[in-house]
Design a binder for this molecule. Sequence first.
Ligand code: MG
Length: 393
Amino acid sequence: MLLAPAAAAGSRREGRGAVELHAVELIRLELPLVVSLATSAGEHAVRPIVLVRLITDSGEGYGECEALAEPIYTEEYADGAARVLADHLVPRLLAGGPLEASSPAAAGLERLRPVRGHRMAKAAVEMALLDAWLRGEGRSLADFLGATSRHVPAGATVGIVPTAEVLGRVAAAAAAGYRRVKLKIGPGHDVEPIGAVRAEFPALVLAADANGAYRLDDPGDRRALELIDGLGLAALEQPLAAEDLVGHAELAAALVTPVVLDESVADEQDLQAALALGACVGVSLKAARLGGLLAACRVRDRCLAAGVRMAAGGMLETGLGRAASLALAGCPGFDLPGDLGGSERYFVPDLTPAHRVVDGELAVPDGPGLGVEPRPDVLAATRTGAELIRAPS
Ligand code: MG
């Protein structure tokens, strides 16, 4: 047998104080999205995934790299993340010998620190470390992160399509039980669709996400933002470019609508700068963007301490990454409309058993580790390649 990981918790060599890393398999997948998602930055139709399968002496864990097909959300993209994982991150992780068993994820991340950036790739390694470790401990990720809710409100995101189609998609989401909807917007596709949805579905909690499409030096954009502010949105996400914290501070002061930052906040320092400038009322937390779940928890704690509101963000992730997103979303403080929808909105079948929306809510997985595993049949059907990297002997 190629590798014989000790899968059962009982085979853990207790008391040794270290987790031995045997190998990492990087598995490439491609999953077609049920409905392609158009944003102001581009369209997502197929979801390439890099799965990190970590094989240790105490079991296996999976991590999902959530970098998109193209570098249009952040600089990272799936092919680039696969290379940086194979050439730089996984070799560093495996070269360092056993990991301290009391906090293997933090210890593993520390080995990746010399590599600049590449937060989504690092987050995938961290997720696999946490999954493997917590499975061995018989503990759920939700419990480890401090989740207190067993269910979280689901959110439906509707892409940039003609307004009649926006209305149709919102109606379908509402019929499926969603009570929170986020519209992707951009210049020329904003006041009309938001106003139409507002008029037809007054009870829905409605937010809008511009993915950085507006500019304050454009009079037309300024006027549009003023008009959007009158439409009763629960949140306006990332209206300006990621780098424009000063512009966001001006908007946050001028608008009644809560300004929420997504792309602008890649780490704790960005959050600190945003808070110092008064650039936002809320932040969308995505572990992938922030470099992992441990980093996301630090940002969460700073937000809680500073009274910054939070949304549970999503990255069109599969059921695997969604399980981690749900565990984070189950923590206190997430009161802004989030991105986390049921599997049926993304992938049919999903990579894992489906996350289902019941009464507008999703269950936070409570099994050991991520609480879900890839379905072998979907893994086989969507797999496009794999690379096995062994620890040096
Ligand atoms: Mg966003």
